[in-house]
Design a protein around this ligand. Structure first.
Ligand code: Z5A
Ligand code: MG
Length: 209
């Protein structure tokens, strides 16, 4: 059996990651492609609950290195589960991954090299779809501004780091997230179907960071 594809959807807040990843799984299943959604942070685990409290409580004093490592631990907690699902032929559509970890921590002033070290050894995605959105469109989307990092200054810094990834990483693809939900959806879906076929045709083994 060929493994499923490991797809990550990244982008600044409110660009549409959660709503699109949910719909993508439905659309893939309608095409008879086995698919499941995951999201980081995975707020259901022990580390996920600490992270969720930290994000919701702007007075929480956890230091930047400690929260960075908790986000990373939250990914390591899920590695075996991810491998099992991919090995059984399920395509994983993942809402945020370590790129968010590096981008948000580096935006706070931490070194990118330091931020990357604890991520080494995690699974590398087959494709990262970067939902690139204009700042004005982002601010017009419902819910912006509710959690700790949802300020324009922070989001602009994060966006610059995503831009760097999109230029330096071989598995990144920029998707225009400013158009209608359905247009963005079609673009994402076409890219994922292509990745699923590439993984199946090449019988590609897992890649690691
Ligand atoms: N973080 C970190 O620091 N380190 C890490 O390692 C990781 C994360 C993994 C929580 O993330 C925070 O954790 C996040 C990064 C940090 N910080 N911040 N800020 P989260 O993923 O849990 O955040 P969220 O609450 O799920 O929301 P989001 O990511 O901000 O939004 P989104 O998922 O991209 O957007 P959405 O919920 O799908 O869409 C937003 C609204 O826009 C919604 O009403 C949609 O119906 C609407 N929408 C979507 N697309 C469209 C289009 N095309 N047109 C019009 N309206 C649309
Ligand atoms: Mg979301």
């Amino acid at each position: 059996m060929t493994r499923g594809a490991f797809i990550v959807v990244e982008g600044v807040d409110r660009c549409g990651k959660t709503s699109q990843t949910m719909k993508l799984v439905e659309s893939l299943q309608q095409k008879n492609i086995k698919a499941e959604r995951m999201a980081f942070p995975d707020r259901t685990t022990w580390t996920g609950q600490v992270i969720s409290n930290y994000l919701a409580d702007k007075n929480c004093k956890l230091n930047d290195q400690a929260i960075h490592l908790l986000f990373t631990a939250n990914r390591w907690e899920n590695v075996e589960k991810m491998k099992e699902k991919l090995s059984s032929g399920i395509t994983l559509v993942v809402d945020r991954y370590f790129y968010s970890g590096v981008a948000f921590s580096a935006a706070k002033g931490m070194s990118i090299d330091w931020c990357l070290q604890p991520e080494i050894g995690l699974l590398k995605p087959d494709k990262v779809l970067f939902l690139r959105i204009k700042s004005d469109t982002q601010k017009s989307r419902p819910g912006f501004g509710e959690e700790r990092y949802e300020t324009s200054v922070m989001q602009q810094k994060v966006n610059k780091i995503y831009d760097k990834f999109s230029q330096s990483e071989d598995n990144w693809k920029i998707i225009d997230a400013n158009s209608s939900f359905d247009e963005v959806h079609e673009d994402l879906l076409n890219n994922i179907v292509e990745s699923v076929q590439n993984v199946a045709n090449s019988n590609a083994p897992f890649k690691y960071l």
